[in-house]
Design a protein around this ligand. Structure first.
Ligand code: MRU
Length: 363
């Protein structure tokens, strides 16, 4: 993807080879700042503080975190400790566990002296694979958008929640990949961007990256989606996901479930863009089994933004004595999901279809 016409990925190896660099997403959309991660602690802190966020990018950053730690200590004990530290950084997105376990399994088979270089290469392979997966999701999702456009013969209105764009991955994004592919194919489209309280990943990140790419979009408050659907102003919804069970229940940013309910009630197709590393084969019941991250109430009671004097400031929204609850994610039951757009094609959100997908080629 491009920022001011310059091609970027969200994470890249530094020119001196001693670190990785990321885009500090806590500074967007008002400032574009690259940040250097040189140690395991830097990587863990970037994930925990959400300087990097989005399920696939969290996984890739964790893989590089393991690689950075192997440069200093490559013993079995150091490998276990690094992996365990990273696994605790954020609980919900299963890509973190997927990437860390892949690094742990791969490296534990190697002698300690070979681990530093091998870890770096494996992390780079995970990053590259993420780009290929998302590009394929874009191609498959494009067919769905094209179908809607052919039937409607007018601008396709797509609603999305949170940020599942290229900022949430290494490149392309998951939910936004079909949108970018359709835009590039010349299909007229417009995106309704849920602001996504409390951290506003929609208003600050999705709006920013769509604007960079020139995709027509409108930011709406989180409560507006149902109204738009009732008035025929949404042709489809596409969201990302942080963990999907073997039965097709989808965990994604808080508020996704309410959009799925509104979509179901209004006959609006509700798609989930799902890279297969986001599938958790060990779980059957998303509502009961998926750990939901709870974050600081300060994210609800305070808000940050650009003031008219050009300074970014934090303001308090609520009375000083009011407490706040901050659940980061919710679960949308499979029955509300029209389909999972995966790198292997469109898959129904049920156990049999998901199992069958395993035997399909990555196309
Ligand atoms: O808390 P975040 O910003 O990491 O949550 C991100 C989301 O919920 C995304 O929709 C999800 O990770 C899909 S990313 C391709």
């Amino acid at each position: 993807m491009k920022i001011n016409e310059i091609p970027y990925r969200t994470i890249w190896q530094s020119l001196d080879g001693g670190a990785v660099e990321i885009i500090d997403q806590t500074r967007l959309p008002h400032e574009f700042v690259a940040l250097r991660l040189s140690t395991l602690r830097d990587a863990e802190d970037a994930i925990r503080s959400m300087q990097v966020r989005g399920a696939p990018l969290i996984g890739v950053t964790a893989a590089y975190g393991v690689a950075l730690s192997m440069r200093h200590h490559a013993s079995d004990a150091a490998l276990q400790a690094s992996c365990d530290l990273l696994l605790r950084a954020r609980p919900t997105a299963v890509n973190l566990r997927w990437a860390v376990e892949r690094m742990r399994t791969f490296l534990s088979l190697l002698p300690a002296g070979a681990r530093a270089e091998a870890a770096w290469q494996e992390a780079a392979r995970i990053a590259e694979q993420d780009v290929q997966i998302n590009e394929a999701i874009g191609r498959h999702g494009l067919q769905i958008i094209r179908g809607i456009h052919q039937r409607k013969n007018d601008t396709v209105n797509i609603l999305t929640h949170c940020n599942a764009g290229w900022l949430a991955t290494v490149d392309w994004g998951t939910a936004l990949a079909p949108i970018y592919a359709a835009f590039e194919a010349g299909i007229p489209l417009h995106v309704w961007v849920d602001e996504t309280r409390p951290r506003n990943q929609g208003a600050s990140l999705t709006a920013w990256e769509l604007a960079q790419h020139g995709v027509p979009h409108t930011v709406i408050v989180d409560n507006a989606g149902g109204h738009l659907m009732q008035h025929g102003m949404v042709d489809m919804a596409i969201v990302g996901c942080d963990r999907v069970t073997a039965t097709g229940d989808v965990c994604n940013k808080i508020g996704t479930y309410l959009k799925a309910l509104a979509a179901f009630d209004n006959g609006v197709p509700f798609y989930v863009a799902m890279p297969t590393p986001t599938l958790d084969w060990t779980l059957q019941d998303g509502v009961r089994e998926i750990p939901i991250e709870e974050r600081s109430g300060d994210e609800v009671t305070y808000m940050e933004g650009l003031c008219d004097d050009g300074q970014v400031r934090r303001i308090r929204l609520t009375p000083a004595g009011s407490s706040a609850a901050n659940y980061g994610f919710d679960v949308t039951p499979a029955r509300l999901v029209t389909g999972l757009i995966t790198e292997r094609g469109l898959v129904a959100a049920n156990a049999a279809a998901i199992r069958a997908m395993l035997h399909q080629d990555f196309i």
